[in-house]
Ligand binder design. Structure first.
Ligand SMILES: Cc1ncc(COP(=O)(O)O)c(C=O)c1O
Length: 368
């Protein structure tokens, strides 16, 4: 349609084909204060030090934040041993994916992600009129050969969440390096480490070492998961200086607010809270997988703070019904049909009572 001849303002081609991002449910009909296990948040809340820093920031609400997030830049650079000029900060890592797409994609270019890849990558790419290529996954896991098959001269970005959402699966460092080695120099490999801290296997690598040496690797991280600061929207990325300089030109000038910067810095210093959050996931993730597996459901091997269960093996018992049944008991989980996984249900690791509630609820559901 000729947009200049239209009788009303029309969105750019492709915008209305984008499926809006669907967040995990926060409410259940007829249940007061349900437990939210639907968005991979931190069930322990956040660091008390972060809370105190946030409260203190109330005295500075009249001021614009430091647009370069100087205190946070310094804190991340110190904690991870990274060059400060190779960092960029965002309103969640979601904003960083958006900026990457905006910086690199022009109409006709493409980006590649796994077939069950995180929705935020493709929304941003489509907004730039880029083509989204979904590489087939094998056993719910990114398949490096399939990813490489999708790459051509118009590919600008390859997105890999490691561990992945919504599957929870992960690739060892050697596979990530093989993927990188197979990419042409003009393609940026984005390694989304939103769940990196939860991946304890010795063969897991967070990609920072690769990003340090390569001219085309960006690692993204977030304060939304382990640090429990999802409400404040703080993400960061480490990458090549020239790419980051380009990205820096188009980000919003004050994209990380003062309370968020101060709370994130305080959280980084709270090793005890981080250890406690990690220990909870390390204790209950395998328990959930084993118990849910014991009910006859398949559970994907997860390295994140959630598990993904498959209902196809139980005739007449669908994932959507299980989600509704658990919700009626005040336990909110996440159906992932929107990711092409209608038989699956994603469950964030909760406190002991929540995890037991999920397993008991599923047992009752499957029996009923
Ligand atoms: C794989 C993955 N990447 C990134 C994000 C977004 O993180 P942020 O809150 O930093 O935008 C999520 C959130 O669920 C995620 O699952």
């Amino acid at each position: 349609m000729d947009r200049s001849a239209a009788d009303r303002p029309l969105a750019k081609p492709g915008i209305l084909d984008i499926t809006p991002y669907k967040p995990g449910k926060a409410q259940a009909d007829g249940v007061e204060n349900p437990v939210k296990l639907s968005a991979n948040e931190n069930i322990l809340g956040c660091s008390p030090k972060a809370k105190a820093a946030f409260a203190e920031a109330a005295g500075k609400l009249n001021l614009y934040p430091d647009g370069r997030a100087g205190i946070l830049r310094e804190a991340i650079s110190r904690k991870y041993g990274l060059e400060p000029e190779r960092l960029i900060f965002g309103c969640g890592s979601d904003e960083i994916f958006q900026i990457l797409n905006q910086t690199l994609l022009e109409p006709g270019d493409n980006m590649v992600q796994g077939e069950y890849g995180f929705a935020a990558y493709s929304i941003g790419a489509r907004a730039c009129q880029g083509e989204v290529r979904m590489a087939k996954e094998t056993n719910l896991r990114i398949d490096v050969d399939e990813m490489l098959k999708c790459v051509d001269e118009r590919t600008r970005l390859v997105f890999v969440a490691n561990p992945a959402n919504p599957t929870g699966t992960w690739l060892p460092g050697a596979e990530i390096r093989r993927l990188h080695a197979g990419l042409p120099a003009h393609v940026v490999l984005v390694l989304d480490g939103a769940y990196a801290e939860f991946a304890g296997d010795p063969n897991y690598e967070d990609g920072i070492a690769l990003a340090r040496e390569a001219a085309n690797v960006v690692v993204t991280r977030t304060f939304s998961k382990l640090h429990g600061l999802a409400a404040l929207r703080v993400g960061w990325a480490y990458g090549p200086t020239d790419l980051l300089e380009a990205m820096d030109r188009i980000r919003l000038p004050f994209n990380v607010n003062i309370p968020a910067q101060l709370a994130a810095v305080a959280s980084l210093e709270d090793a005890e809270f981080q250890a406690r959050s990690l220990a909870l996931v390390e204790q209950w993730r395998p328990w959930l997988a084993q118990q849910i597996g014991g009910l006859g459901l398949e559970v994907a091997p997860s390295a994140a703070n959630f598990v993904l269960a498959r209902f196809a093996a139980v005739p007449g018992k669908t994932a959507a019904e299980a989600e509704a049944f658990l919700a009626s008991k005040g336990l909110l989980t996440r159906g992932v049909a929107g990711y092409g996984l209608p038989d699956h249900l994603r469950i964030t690791v909760g406190l002991e009572e929540h995890n037991r509630g999920v397993v008991d609820g599923l047992a009752e559901f499957l029996k009923g």
